[in-house]
Design a binder for this molecule. Structure first.
Ligand SMILES: Cc1ncc(COP(=O)(O)O)c(C=O)c1O
Length: 439
């Protein structure tokens, strides 16, 4: 097989695409040439976040389980096109005009109504539109974190949240993930010893483990928030991607003291290219967040808000979600079957019931980051996200995230076969180059 073209910058796994090749090179060259003294200290950590690019394309042989992308075929292109056409056809001069920092009122009303019907009572006046849940994370970090402030994150957690938090230079406290959510005993210990201002959690189909936080843990987390006076950021973009089983109440719906700020997103249920999400918080915190949003980007793009609002007027979002959930359930089940059939002894993986990801654990003498660059990419032509950058401490090396929603069934079969072969060979040969090292 042909060798693939990829590059490692500062331990980031950047698969160079034809389009990005020159851009990336120039970017890194210009940063190198610039005196580091001219840059803010926050850049030091953010630049090593590993978020970089985990995209695979332009390389026909590469099968990527790395990026958390929806199935491209799931996007309701025709319906969205029709909705955006309608926006322009009915334009009264406002479509391309500035709007306001809260976002388009009819869309906020629809979302508040939808969330309320789904069991999280939501006031339109306390719901704003954001440029994806990612911007919601940033707004909350801006709201709460001064340099050095205590921040609890699940370990492992969403790489993009860490890339954002890094810029605020918090003091991280990792709390390990368990099959039913974060380890509450460990959280209690952290709270006894440290002043924590913010706890970031992904309670539904967590990225990267796929775990769902149990009801008991949701209750315990809220009790601890009340006792130790911290804010909870509930980031739940996968909540509606529920393939079997049932949903538990949101933390926001169980909150009695206005401590939970919740985030949602159209990225996984409609299309990430829209860059549209929402944030919901009690009035007091909400006012400050709206002011921060005004200073950040003024507002969410009016055209996008109008287009999605019209889409919702003329389409059944629930039916759309049901149809993509069928596709995702099939892919998830298939990947789990392939893993069960192909993986060598000593490798374990989570069995999620929703979301986008399966979490792989190999014997702890194997560094999956090193193995990715040394063999998986050049030889196996297969990729995943190694654990290292999903822990602020960067201390874990023998785990990796696999995405099952984006690859085709055929690619899942071939990719898991290639990955398993290399893992089996590595475990059998116990090559010293993959021995755990704390780099
Ligand atoms: C847990 C989590 N939060 C937030 C985001 C960002 O989503 P959005 O596209 O809505 O900005 C992602 C994207 O993968 C995610 O996994």
């Amino acid at each position: 097989m042909k060798k693939l073209n990829f590059t490692v910058y500062e331990n980031q796994y950047i698969i160079i695409t034809k389009k990005s090749k020159n851009k990336s090179k120039n970017f890194f060259r210009s940063v190198d040439n610039m005196s580091k003294k001219r840059l803010a200290s926050r850049v030091q950590r953010t630049a090593q976040s590993g978020l970089g690019n985990i995209f695979a394309n332009g390389q026909t042989e590469l099968i990527s389980f790395a990026a958390g992308l929806p199935d491209t075929g799931s996007f309701p292109k025709a319906a969205l096109k029709q909705a955006f056409d309608q926006v322009f056809d009915n334009d009264n001069g406002e479509t391309l005009q500035y709007h306001d920092s809260l976002g388009l009122l009819p869309l906020r009303e629809k979302l508040a109504d939808r969330l309320t019907k789904q069991g999280t009572p939501t006031k339109t006046a306390e719901l704003m539109l954001t440029q994806g849940a990612q911007q919601g994370i940033d707004l909350v970090a801006r709201l709460v974190l001064n340099k050095g402030d205590g921040l609890v994150v699940e370990a492992p957690t969403y790489i993009g949240a860490l890339a954002n938090f890094d810029a605020y230079e918090p003091t991280y406290h990792e709390v390990n993930m368990e099959p039913d959510g974060m380890n509450i005993t460990q959280l209690q210990k952290v709270l006894l010893q440290h002043d924590v201002k913010l706890v970031y959690t992904i309670p539904d189909y967590q990225n990267p483990t796929g775990a769902v936080m149990s009801l008991a843990k949701r209750q315990a987390l809220l009790e601890l928030a009340n006792r130790y006076n911290f804010i909870i950021l509930e980031d739940s973009p996968y909540r509606e991607l529920c393939y079997n089983g049932h949903l538990l109440p949101t933390l926001r719906s169980m909150d009695t003291e206005g401590r939970v700020i919740s985030l949602g997103s159209f990225s996984k249920i409609l299309a990430p290219g829209l860059r549209l999400g929402w944030l919901n918080a009690d009035a007091e915190l909400f006012q400050d967040i709206v002011a921060l949003k005004a200073g950040l980007d003024v507002e969410t793009p009016n055209l996008i808000m109008q287009g999605v609002n019209t889409y919702l007027d003329t389409n059944n979002l629930d039916a759309h979600i049901q149809s993509i959930n069928k596709v995702y359930q099939e892919k998830m089940t298939f990947m789990l079957q392939c893993l069960q059939r192909e993986l060598p002894a000593g490798v374990t993986y989570t069995k999620p019931t929703g979301g986008f990801f399966i979490w792989l654990t190999v014997p702890d003498n194997i560094d999956l980051g090193q193995l990715l660059t040394d063999r998986m990419l050049p030889e196996g032509h297969v990729s995943y996200v190694p654990a290292k950058n999903l822990y602020p401490s960067k201390a874990v090396h023998n785990q990796a995230r696999l995405n099952f929603t984006n690859p085709s069934l055929a690619d899942i079969q071939t990719g898991i076969h290639r990955l398993s072969e290399i893992l089996a060979d590595t475990i059998a040969s116990k090559r010293p180059s993959y021995a755990f090292s704390n780099k």
